[in-house]
Design a protein around this ligand. Structure first.
Ligand code: HEM
Length: 153
């Protein structure tokens, strides 16, 4: 893993991310925009699934906000590697970065399983689905916190 990270850091992308005056700040901005769309979008849907905002129709809310959350994930998937390439060798030694990537995989698996189990017309999902929604909020907030705390390690 160290050799892979060292190669990424020495690559053209790594060099560009470090030397360009705007590349890293722009990638960081896209990363934060992605965070807002992801947690803003899926957070509201998860809170509704968990039982909040009962006056809001769940299906309509999910159809409106899920695409925003997916766009947010796209922003993370595009900007994250640029941020990673700039400082890869140090980041692969970071426990916070490792936990962050691990929790992203768990959060995505939780979301995929939820979509398999949830019948979209259901306005009041059963308890296990509500527990998955609360878990989703907890996982994405922890990923975000770990992302911010990487720089302080
Ligand atoms: C998909 C969900 C993700 C979330 C919610 C997330 C969240 C965050 C947050 C909140 C920050 C701090 C930004 C700042 O302080 O300006 C951050 C930084 C970072 N993220 Fe992510 N991120 C995600 C995915 C990724 C991925 C897929 C990668 C890499 C492949 C990545 C790599 C990084 C790096 C390298 C940093 C900079 C750490 C530093 O300050 O040195 N992130 N992330």
């Amino acid at each position: 893993m160290e050799a892979f990270a060292t190669a990424i850091e020495a690559s053209a992308l790594g060099g560009f991310a470090r030397q360009s005056a705007w590349a890293y700040p722009f990638a960081n901005l896209v990363h934060l925009l992605g965070l807002v769309l992801l947690i803003g979008g899926i957070g509201i849907v998860d809170l509704r699934l968990a039982g909040a905002f009962r006056a809001l129709p769940l299906r309509a809310l999910s159809r409106a906000l899920t695409p925003l959350a997916i766009a947010g994930l796209g922003c993370m998937a595009v900007s994250g590697p640029m941020l990673f390439a700039a400082d890869a060798a140090a980041l692969v030694r970071s426990d916070r970065f490792a936990w962050k990537l691990g929790l992203i995989v768990i959060a995505l698996a939780n979301a995929a399983l939820f979509r398999l189990l949830w019948r979209e017309g259901e306005e009041e999902p059963a308890l296990p689905l509500r527990i998955m929604a609360v878990t989703s909020i907890g996982l994405w907030l922890t990923v975000a916190a770990l992302g911010r705390l990487i720089a302080y390690a």
